[in-house]
Design a protein around this ligand. Structure first.
Ligand SMILES: C[S@@+](CC[C@H](N)C(=O)[O-])C[C@H]1O[C@@H](n2cnc3c(N)ncnc32)[C@H](O)[C@@H]1O
Length: 309
């Protein structure tokens, strides 16, 4: 019997696909969700461990954090027993994540004299003491950086993607990269590739070339370790869906909040430094100057955010 093509005009296939989508998060993508007109945003100034205690179980889709490490460069970077402290927020993060949720942790393994308190320690801890699943290590590769004479100049940082269960939400289509015209022609001829996916673009892989923010970058709002919008955007689009909740409890300048406004995700942010709010206001000003949407509803308490009476 001839096998018909997999056209979506086939009603039986369409309803089967819908059933799969309704029951199985592996099949869902942004098109299955509605973007809210105005996102809710809460930005608290307090310690992250206290903040996390206020959040309900399994209420958050994506946690995207860039924690302090024991580099002792700035006041907020020093912890006596780093992993004991980190385990408190890692455990709370697991509790507040939804079953389809993910956590992304920025970090580094390049700190030469550091013996404890970097991404290596976090990976080791997560592996042996939690139920988190390590899905990917993303290499953030950049061409701009400091020069070096006693070692190879550093040109990448690492970011880990952890999921709570195997049924994690992942919208690859939202972040595929278009093929250059010539490559597309070749890819469409390649019988090993699915032409439908080829047309959508290629998998960006786990090595991402995205420039770091220089001192004079137009995106800069003054925070010393501010992350580029482009890298946060890729995580928000692929690991959360429109109308879901994204949490950053080391908010810094609030880059995650900025991306959430653009992408239609509700956002919870916390930072112990009161200057975090000033940095975030600068993000909003920059967005206005770029003619971007800056509408959001500012929520003052966690109870109001979750409509808890
Ligand atoms: C690496 S920065 C985050 C930068 C951010 N990703 C951005 O793009 O601007 C880490 C932030 O964690 C905050 N921080 C350090 N310890 C904290 C704690 N115990 N609770 C909440 N925030 C904390 C610091 O004030 C700092 O702003």
């Amino acid at each position: 019997m001839a096998i018909h093509n997999k056209s979506h005009s086939n009603h039986a296939l369409m309803s089967l696909n819908k059933m799969r989508k309704d029951n199985n998060w592996k099949q869902k993508n942004a098109a299955d969700f509605e973007k809210p007109d105005r996102v809710k945003l809460l930005h608290n100034i307090m310690d992250c461990c206290e903040f996390l205690k206020e959040l309900p179980d399994e209420s958050v889709q994506l946690i995207c954090i860039d924690p302090p490490y024991n580099l002792e460069l700035i006041g907020w970077d020093i912890y006596d027993n780093y992993i004991e402290w980190a385990s408190t927020w890692i455990n709370e993060a697991y509790r507040v994540l939804s079953k389809n949720g993910s956590m992304v942790i920025f970090g580094g393994i390049q700190f030469r004299d550091v013996k404890s308190g970097d991404l290596i320690d976090i990976i080791q801890h997560v592996r042996h003491n939690t139920k988190f699943k390590l899905i990917n290590t993303i290499i953030w590769y950049y061409k701009n950086g400091m020069s070096a004479h006693r070692y190879f100049a550093n040109r990448h940082e690492e970011v880990i993607w952890l999921a709570k269960t195997n049924d994690y939400y992942f919208d690859l289509d939202a972040v595929r990269e278009p093929y250059p015209e010539e490559d597309l022609k070749l890819a469409l001829k390649d019988k090993r590739l699915n032409p439908e996916n080829t047309m959508k673009g290629k998998n960006p892989t786990n090595v991402w070339q995205i420039g770091r923010l220089n001192g004079n970058s137009k995106e800069r709002v003054g925070h010393p370790t501010q992350k580029p919008v482009e890298i946060i955007d890729r995580f928000v689009k692929s690991l959360s869906y429109p109308g879901s909740i994204v949490l950053d409890f080391f908010a810094g300048s609030g880059t995650v909040g900025r991306v959430c406004i653009t992408e239609g995700r509700h956002c919870l942010m916390c930072d112990s430094d009161p200057a975090s709010k000033e940095y975030f206001n600068k993000h909003i000003e920059l967005m206005k100057n770029l003619g971007q949407n800056t509408e959001y509803e500012e929520i003052k308490s966690v109870d109001k955010f979750f409509n808890i009476e």
